[in-house]
Every structure is written in structure tokens, then in C-alpha cells.
Design a protein around this ligand. Structure first.
Ligand code: UT7
Length: 319
């Protein structure tokens, strides 16, 4: 069984902060940010919350799929920046959309979260436990970054994306995933009110990242996991139509394409507009591509996420 994508939706805040505006807050400039990351601007929450954005994206996915909220069995929200620790964001979404028969929970795996949530939903569907699943990625990273740290605050934006999956007979989704907790310190985030009592306090408050370590990890592990995933199905990378990677940095995506010896046109990007929206980046891009009718039935699509944990995951399905 496969969970076929029946509908997608996304939401980004109206407030746009471009690189020039950022240069008023920290010592940076548009040229540096564009050259090192490919980012030109980001959408930043004002009154919005993570759950508000998740609900808006979910409503659009529902509308597009023509599925009734009461038909949904499962709601998964990939987020590491929910405004409440509990209740989980998925239960807030359930209430707001009226998905009265669904069970909902959040998956916190930072930028890898959406791919892991998508895999979880696919596994439930393939096991015939649930038929209809709503998978959302939603994050308000600008709430967690230190706006005085130029090495991290320039990278992130806010948003949410959702996909509505329905069970159909078909080739199951291929999946691979890994974590390496020994490298956890390369990318950490604490809530704003966290009172750390260790000597590392200053370093681990807000988002703290060893940018180069994360960059090297991504460039090595993403091609590796894609090859691992496809080898299991005896597929070559050239048979894949689209590689939809977590939108962290244009140079990471270019390096992955180069390592796989593939044309960059197979690697759609929208990070210039939204920056790194963590768990939301892949579903926002999926929604944009679907609305622009970029997918044909039968297209082979790879999703790949990577980030804090450190963790990385990939999956492949036919559209
Ligand atoms: O979702 C997954 C999460 N994270 C990532 O994917 C991030 C992965 N890493 C990266 O994308 C890159 O490492 C960064 C974009 C964060 C940094 O790029 P880099 O090419 O690794 O730069 P760097 O850290 O080596 O810094 C080069 C220089 C330094 O100055 P010096 O020491 O050479 O004088 C930095 O202080 O650039 C300086 N710098 C900046 N300059 C202007 C660092 N941040 C900025 C800035 N504006 N915002």
C-alpha cells in the first residue's frame, strides 16, 4: 500500500525580512548571505504561532484533496518550535479542523522531522492501520534564534506545509533513516525561557550551530542515504525525476547534486524566498510544485531531510 498525496497546502507569514533589513540588526550584508547560502529573504511570524500556521496549511491541503476532516485517521506534525510543549500541535490542528476521529501527535526531529513523519504515516498506511493521514511540517525558527548571532539568525524563516495522504494499492514508499547522537552538540536549540545550569549555558541557549560541521555532515550523508535508499530497490539515481531536499543552503544542494553526478534541475529550490524553515521546508516546496503542476503521475520523487540530532532521512515514492 502507498499513501498517495491527494492534497497539499502551505502557509508563510506576510512579514518579509530581506537581507538588507537584516544588515541593520547584525554585521552582515546581502552579498555575503546570497553567496554563502542562496537566501535573499525570509517570512517571519508576527502574531502567528506554529499551530496557527499548521492549521492554515492543513485547511488548504484538505480543501485541495476534497477529503472531509472526519475521514482523517492520523495527524502528525513535525515541529521543534511549537508554542506549547503540550498539548501537541497535532491535537490543536485536530480541534481547529474538526478531525474528530483522528489521533494526533508531534514528531520532533528538527529539519529531518517532516521526512520522518511522512515515513511514519506511510508505514501505518502500508500496515493497513490507517487509511487517511495528514502530515504537517511547521516551524517558527525565528522565535528560537539569537538575533544578535549573525552566523545563525540569517539562515532561518517561518512557515508550515501539509500533505494529505490516502491509502491506495501500489508500491510502498521506500525509506531510510539514521541518527548520530554523538554529534548532537553540532546543532542545539533551547527554549527562550530555559535556564541551563551547566557551564555550556551561553553556548546552548537559543540555536547554536557549528555551521561548517553541519555543512560537511549534510554534503556527505545526504548523497550516501539516497544511494542506500535506491540500492534497496535496484534503482539508479538517474531514474529519479525530483530530489526534494531540505532547503537549508543552496551550496549544500549543489554539492549533493554534484556528488550524485546529476543535473541541478532535478533539485528544485525555494530557499531564496523562504530561507530555512526547518520541518516546513519540504512540504512548502511540495505544495508549490504541486500548485505549479510540476508533477506527473508516476514521477519518482525522493525526499531527503537532515539536521539536528544529528539525523538524516530519505524516502522515495511514485507520484
Ligand atoms: O537545517 C540544517 C541546519 N544548518 C545548516 O544547514 C547550515 C550548514 N552550514 C552552513 O550553511 C554554512 O556553514 C554557513 C552559511 C552557516 C556559514 O558559511 P561558511 O562558508 O561555513 O562560513 P564560515 O562560518 O566559515 O564563516 C566565514 C566568515 C567568517 O569570518 P572570518 O573568520 O573568515 O573573518 C565569519 O565570521 O564569514 C563570517 N560570517 C559572516 N559574515 C557576514 C559568518 N556569518 C556571517 C554573516 N555575514 N551573516
Amino acid at each position: 500500500m502507498i499513501g498517495r498525496i491527494y492534497g497539499t497546502g502551505s502557509y508563510v507569514p506576510n512579514r518579509i525580512v530581506d537581507n538588507n533589513e537584516l544588515s541593520k540588526y547584525v554585521d552582515t550584508n546581502d552579498t555575503w548571505i546570497r553567496e554563502r547560502t542562496g537566501i535573499a529573504r525570509r517570512h517571519v511570524i508576527e502574531e502567528e504561532t506554529t499551530s496557527f500556521m499548521a492549521v492554515q496549511a492543513a485547511k488548504k491541503a484538505l480543501l485541495q484533496s476534497e477529503v472531509k476532516p472526519e475521514e482523517i485517521d492520523l495527524i502528525l506534525v513535525a515541529t521543534s518550535s511549537s508554542e506549547t510543549i503540550f498539548p501537541c500541535t497535532a491535537c490543536i490542528v485536530q480541534s481547529e479542523i474538526g478531525a474528530v476521529h483522528a489521533v494526533g501527535y508531534d514528531i520532533n526531529a528538527a529539519c529531518t522531522g517532516f521526512v520522518l513523519a511522512f515515513q511514519t504515516a506511510q508505514a501505518y498506511i502500508d500496515a493497513r492501520i490507517y487509511k487517511t493521514a495528514l502530515v504537517i511540517g511547521a516551524d517558527s525558527m525565528t522565535n528560537l534564534v539569537d538575533w544578535t548571532d549573525r552566523s545563525t539568525c540569517i539562515l532561518f524563516g517561518d512557515g508550515a506545509g501539509a500533505v494529505l495522504l490516502r491509502a491506495e494499492e501500489g508500491k510502498p514508499c521506500l525509506m531510510a533513516a539514521h541518527s548520530d547522537g554523538t554529534k548532537a552538540n553540532a546543532l542545539t536549540g533551547m527554549s527562550r525561557h530555559h535556564k541551563a545550569v551547566t557551564s555550556l549555558e551561553d553556548k546552548i541557549t537559543y540555536v547554536h550551530m557549528d555551521g561548517q560541521a553541519v555543512f560537511k555532515f549534510a554534503v556527505r550523508k545526504v548523497p550516501e542515504i539516497i544511494e542506500e535508499l535506491l540500492a534497496d530497490a535496484s534503482l539508479g539515481v538517474e531514474e529519479i525525476d525530483y530530489f526534494i531536499l531540505h532547503q537549508a543552503n543552496k551550496r549544500i544542494i549543489e554539492a549533493v547534486a554534484k556528488r550524485l553526478r546529476l543535473d541541478l534541475t532535478k533539485f528544485p529550490m525555494n530557499l531564496e524566498e523562504y530561507a530555512n524553515t526547518s520541518g516546513a521546508s519540504i512540504p512548502i516546496l511540495l505544495d508549490e510544485m504541486k500548485r505549479n503542476q510540476r508533477f506527473q503521475r508516476g514521477d519518482k520523487v525522493v525526499l531527503a531531510g537532515f539536521g539536528a540530532g544529528l539525523s538524516w532521512a530519505a524516502c522515495m515514492f511514485e507520484w
